[in-house]
Each structure stands twice: as structure tokens, then as C-alpha cells.
Ligand binder design. Structure first.
Ligand code: ARG
Length: 487
């Protein structure tokens, strides 16, 4: 376990190294692009055969741009509303995510020229016949959080009465809400809407007339030296018709977006797992990441928890006080919030570009350390007083006594509690999917986004978690039996 943890730690540290390159601006050979691959055909995961590759219209353009300008390209991902923060934290050199320049965004980032013009549509169940904003009066309308569609929907809601907005993180979630009947309509870009309508025959979409065009442009950190060269190459691609060619490749009606055979989606809950068969290897690849993450967090959390517990039982009051305050803060605030803070605030506060995996391990260590410290403290205090009295009367020093006599007995006592904690961490590890670590849950969501389906990949992910937890439980009871025998 110790060895595995050390190996794992070095993997994480080395893995984080790459992303450091993005921190400076030009003067390097690789450009980092960040995108939100929930948006076929602009950007989505090609999950066939299990490799984790982001493909799409934007990716093709980015590759051409990088090649023309003599850079290598690295593609990272986050939720759409994390893209501009990523540029501001210097996590990436540019964003391509079908992103539309808006005055607010322009305050924070620079944009290239527009490379594709899209329009907004109203997506709704067949027969709804929502053609214009005013048809949405009194309806519940879904949009992707942080997008221009959200803004446009807000504008519509100012004019049309009784619209209730519902913002979700990902477009597939918006569509799913509609299929579940929780919203009546959604505002989605035309090319994206077409994909969903193809895969879900019970949906229809209508282009909203006039005003609300959503042209796409590339976003850069403010004053980036890349804007001018990128614009030059983009213009060339426009003039030579290359952009139009790529648009036909990805946006034409029979473009090869992975729209799943549409037969299954006839309303009701008809599950069809055959649709995710080809993507199972992709989901399975999330397992090592989840395990790496859990193992590391448990190991480091145990060390940190032990330190804290020792502080809690010393006679030095200020240390005890500090350890207690620490525990109360980390137990008193949501883990998800701590995770977001560590991931997004670290670069701004320290200048260190912490990778998502590192941020996850750090947060989980800090958090589970707080919980474990209580368990360990109880374990220590449950060790018979006679043990420490005997050690002390023989002149064994305090720390040696702790390390050699008390802690081993305490750990044995609390083994079941530690297994509980590990199971908790294993399942909570799914939270790091929110900052873009592609572990089991996120892999499943990616497959869902790709295939325009929802339940099957999630159910499959649930099965994997369950099997892992079962394995852990059996392993732990075997260990406990051995320990008891050795008594
Ligand atoms: N064009 C819209 C905007 O800029 C939506 C883009 C969403 N992109 C994505 N990759 N999910 O707000």
C-alpha cells in the first residue's frame, strides 16, 4: 500500500507538470486549448475503441491553426462556465467551444474574428410548435449555464410573460430534463439541436427568427500575442473555403456525429444497453483514475488525520485549539465547495497551476484528514491506559510510545471505521468529475453526451462503483480476520 501510494504520488506530480507549460504565453512549442466537449458536432469525445479523444469542428480548426503556425496542440476540458476562468488563470492559451463574443466576455478575454455563424433554436417535444419567443409564454425553458443561450433566454423572459428559466451545466442534461417532462422547451444552437433531434425523434426544433445569432470565435487571455496570427490564418481558411469544407463535414445533415440509432428513444424508460457497448472500454478506463485518486487520498488523509489527532490530545492548548478549529471548518462546509475553491483559487493565490487531479487529491486529503482525526483520536483514547503507564514507567519517550505502542493498537481498533471512510472517498471521488478529471462518472457522462442518451451509461457507472465497493468490503473483512488471528 505504501509503495503503491508513493508510485501514485509521483505519477500525479509528474502528470501535473505538463499543464504548467500553459502558464506562460508564447515562446513555446505547444499550445493548450481548453474546451467543453459536451457539444457535438463542435466538440465531443470520440469514445469508440476506448481512446479518450476530443473531436469535432472546433478541434479540426484548432489543429489546422496550430499546424499553420508551427505549434503542437494539447486539448484540455472543463465545463463551459469554467472556460473563461481557465483563460484568466492562465491554464490555457485559447478557448474554442463554439463560443460567442459578448460584451461581458470581451471585458475579460480577447476574441478572434467569427469563424462560424449559428442561430438559436427552440427545442421542444414534437407537436409543441414553439416557433417564436412569444410562444414560450408561461413555459419552463432550459438552457446551458453561462452560455449566450442563457442570456438570450433571459432577454426573451423580459418581454414574454411567465417564462421560468432552468439553467443546467451541460446541454445533454437540458435535453434529458425535457425528455423527463420537467421543462417544456430549451434554447439550443441550431447545429447542436439538429443532432439531438436526430437522435431523439420525439423532439423537434425551430430556428428563432432574427436577432439571436450566435457566431463562434476563439477566445484568448487579454492581450494575448496569439490573436493576430490566429486571425490571419482564420481569414486564409475562410478565403480558401477550408472553413466551409469543415462546416459541411461536421454540420451537414448526415454528418458522422455519433447519433445513436434513434429507435430507442420513443419516450418511456426503454433502456438499450447495446447502444453503449462500443463505449464500454472508454468508461472502464475511468477505473484506474478513480482508484488512484482514492488510494492517494486515503493514504495521505490517514497521515494528516494522525497528525491532527496527535495535536488534539497534546497538552499544548493552542495546538489542540487549532486542530479542533481546522476540523470544524472542514467538516462544516461542503466538500464540493472546498474542491472548487482549491481548484480555481490556487492559481490565482499562489501562481501555481494546480492540475485537476492534484487539486482533487489535495482537497480530499484535507477533508478526510479532518474526519479521520476524530476517528483516530477516539481509537487512541480507547487504548488501555495501562499501556501508556507501563511504557512511561519503563522510560520510553512519548513519541516512541505513540508510534510503537499506542498508534498500532489504535489503528487496529479503528480499521472498520477506516474502511468506511475509504468507501466514502471512493464514491465521493465522483465529485472530481466537476473539475474535469475524467474518472468513472465523467467517462459515463461523456459517453452519454456523445450518444445523446442518459441512463444507460450512468447505470453502468453505478454498477462499476458498486463492484469496486464490494471488492473493498471483502478485502477489508479478510484483512480484519487476519489481524484477529494474529492477536
Ligand atoms: N455559443 C454559445 C455561447 O457562446 C454556446 C456555446 C456552448 N459551447 C459548448 N462547448 N458547450 O454561449
Amino acid at each position: 500500500m505504501l509503495f503503491a501510494a508513493v508510485v501514485a504520488i509521483s505519477v500525479v506530480i509528474a502528470g501535473g507538470h505538463n499543464s504548467l507549460q500553459a502558464a506562460s504565453s508564447v515562446g513555446k512549442d505547444t499550445l493548450t486549448m481548453i474546451t467543453s466537449p459536451d457539444y457535438p458536432p463542435y466538440e465531443f469525445y470520440d469514445t469508440k475503441g476506448g481512446d479518450r479523444q476530443i473531436v469535432g469542428f472546433d478541434i479540426d480548426i484548432a489543429n489546422t491553426l496550430a499546424k499553420e503556425l508551427g505549434f503542437k496542440l494539447k486539448v484540455m476540458e472543463s465545463d463551459f462556465n469554467g472556460l473563461i476562468p481557465a483563460l484568466q488563470a492562465n491554464r490555457a492559451d485559447f478557448v474554442m467551444a463554439g463560443m460567442t463574443p459578448t460584451p461581458e466576455r470581451q471585458k475579460n478575454v480577447d476574441f478572434s474574428i467569427i469563424y462560424y455563424e449559428a442561430k438559436d433554436t427552440i427545442v421542444a417535444p414534437k407537436g409543441s410548435n414553439f416557433k417564436q419567443p412569444k410562444d414560450l409564454s408561461g413555459k419552463k425553458v432550459g438552457v446551458q449555464l453561462g452560455t449566450i443561450q442563457e442570456q438570450n433566454a433571459k432577454k426573451i423572459a423580459e418581454k414574454v410573460t411567465g417564462i421560468q428559466l432552468k439553467q443546467l451545466n451541460k446541454v445533454p442534461e437540458v435535453i434529458q430534463e425535457m425528455k423527463s417532462g420537467r421543462i417544456d422547451a430549451a434554447i439550443v444552437e441550431d447545429t447542436v439541436a439538429r443532432g439531438f433531434a436526430q437522435a431523439n425523434p420525439e423532439l423537434e426544433f425551430n430556428v428563432i427568427p432574427s436577432e439571436s445569432a450566435s457566431g463562434s470565435a476563439i477566445a484568448f487571455p487579454k492581450n494575448s500575442a496569439l490573436v493576430a496570427p490566429f486571425n490571419k490564418v482564420l481569414q486564409q481558411m475562410k478565403d480558401k473555403g477550408e472553413l466551409a469544407k469543415l462546416a459541411t463535414k461536421w454540420f451537414s445533415v448526415n454528418a458522422k456525429v455519433d447519433a445513436a440509432s434513434s429507435s430507442a428513444a420513443k419516450g418511456g424508460l426503454n433502456l438499450d444497453f447495446t447502444r453503449i457497448f462500443p463505449d464500454i472500454p472508454f468508461i472502464l478506463k475511468g477505473i484506474p483514475i478513480t482508484l488512484l485518486f482514492t488510494l492517494l487520498s486515503v493514504f495521505l488523509g490517514l497521515i494528516w488525520g494522525t497528525v491532527l489527532s496527535l495535536l488534539k490530545i497534546t497538552n499544548i492548548k493552542p495546538l489542540t485549539w487549532l486542530a479542533n478549529a481546522y476540523t470544524s471548518v472542514f467538516r462544516g462546509t461542503p466538500l464540493l465547495l472546498q474542491l472548487a475553491l482549491v481548484y480555481y483559487a490556487t492559481p490565482q493565490l499562489t501562481g501555481y497551476d494546480i492540475s485537476a487531479l492534484q487539486a482533487g487529491v489535495l482537497t480530499f486529503t484535507l477533508n478526510s484528514g479532518a474526519y479521520m482525526s476524530e476517528t483516530i483520536r477516539a481509537g487512541i483514547q480507547a487504548v488501555d491506559k495501562g499501556q501508556s503507564e507501563a511504557a512511561m514507567s519503563m522510560g520510553v519517550s512519548y513519541w516512541l510510545m505513540m508510534w510503537d505502542i499506542i498508534l498500532p493498537q489504535a489503528l487496529k481498533n479503528i480499521l472498520p471505521a477506516l474502511v468506511n471512510e475509504t468507501i466514502g472517498l471512493l464514491k465521493d471521488s465522483a465529485l472530481v468529475s466537476t473539475i474535469g478529471v475524467v474518472e468513472i462518472l465523467r467517462s459515463a457522462q461523456i459517453v452519454g453526451a456523445n450518444k445523446y442518451i442518459y441512463f444507460e451509461p450512468l447505470l453502468f457507472a453505478g454498477l462499476i462503483y458498486y463492484i469496486l465497493v464490494m471488492g473493498l468490503t471483502f478485502g477489508a473483512s479478510a484483512l480484519e480476520r487476519r489481524l484477529r488471528q494474529s492477536e
